[in-house]
Design a protein around this ligand. Structure first.
Ligand SMILES: [Zn+2]
Length: 319
């Protein structure tokens, strides 16, 4: 039985032609069934305008939810948007903006590399850890000790939809290696394989024109940082501010107004984030985790679509 409050969070979609299937991705049919299932469970899916209005008045009911897309993904525009169009529904789109400035943001490039070049994600993880082990001397770490540290940490244990390998990979990426060493490892894997990120750019991210069109059609474009740091809450005030300000400036230049709603990348924030949001005029914020109550407008919970899919499967709904 579904029992969440707040929004529903979507990331990747796949089809039979342009967009490859990847971990946690869903096709258009599954998206339709999920929206239908939410309604069957008694949820009312509100358009962003109504959702914002009610949230600001503290008038949201526990059964009122909204559709949110994170990460500026073209697959959301190509696959989910036509379905929303068909039923006259609008959504929040939380976009990071560096791809619109020509950056090939690693977050998405790495994911595409993982799923287009390896048999499955476990195959990628084993190659990744092989590279970590082989490079441990240069990296200045001990693979064995770090692996033990991971087991003790229970890292990302709250994210039920992550496998043990997903959690271990994230522990090494975020805790053991840090951005520089992590990038060095995966960049080496990419160059060893001959993968060409530039050629996939238009398949991965929304363009400015897509964002302009979404806004024009009544969808809401919100903040998600400029380069999508995965550890935003650990960055110093000035870096967080520059991430969110640049993001806000670019969105304003496309849609004509400053976004007043944020989704914190990877749900990561700290006390500084709050003052930055106040300074940028942000009045509503979405977390990346589910809860059963909303008690803070700057931290509205969200249920990941994967948890809803699991609930559907347990109820015998084909997926
Ligand atoms: Zn994100």
């Amino acid at each position: 039985m579904l029992n969440f409050c707040g929004g529903v969070m979507f990331h990747h979609f796949h089809d039979r032609s342009k967009h490859i299937a990847s971990q946690g991705s869903m096709d258009g049919g599954a998206f339709c069934r999920l929206l239908h299932f939410l309604k069957e469970c008694g949820y009312a899916i509100l358009d962003p305008e109504e959702y914002i209005c009610k949230a600001l008045r503290d008038a949201l009911q526990p059964y009122e939810t909204c559709v949110t897309f994170d990460d500026s993904l073209k697959c959301q525009f190509d696959i989910a948007k036509p379905i929303l169009d068909g039923i006259g529904m609008k959504a929040f789109w939380f976009v990071y903006t560096s791809p619109m400035c020509g950056e090939l943001e690693r977050l998405e490039v790495y994911r595409h590399f993982r799923f287009s070049r390896f048999a499955d994600v476990e195959d990628f993880y084993s190659q990744f850890f092989k590279n970590v082990m082989e490079g441990e001397h240069d990296l200045g770490i001990s693979y064995a000790e770090s692996s033990e540290g991971f087991l003790r940490s229970g890292y990302c244990g709250d994210f039920a939809f992550y496998t043990e390998s997903d959690r271990k990979y994230r522990y090494f990426r975020d805790i053991v290696l840090g951005p520089e060493k992590y990038f060095a490892i995966v960049d080496k894997m990419i160059s060893d394989s001959g993968y060409d990120a530039q050629s996939h750019r238009d398949v991965l991210w929304l363009s400015e024109g897509d964002i302009e069109r979404l806004h024009g059609e009544g969808h809401y474009i919100g903040l998600h940082g400029h380069t999508h740091p995965t550890n935003m809450g650990e960055l110093p005030y000035c870096l967080q501010m520059s991430e969110y300000r640049r993001n806000s400036d670019i969105i304003q230049s496309i849609v004509g107004s400053r976004p007043e709603v944020v989704s914190y990348p990877c749900g990561s924030y700290n006390g500084d984030t709050e003052s930055i949001m106040r300074e940028l005029g942000v009045v509503l914020g979405f977390d990346a985790q589910a809860k059963t109550v909303i008690f803070d407008k700057m931290h509205i919970p969200r249920e990941d679509h994967a948890n809803i899919v699991r609930e559907m499967r347990s109820g015998g709904i084909g997926f």
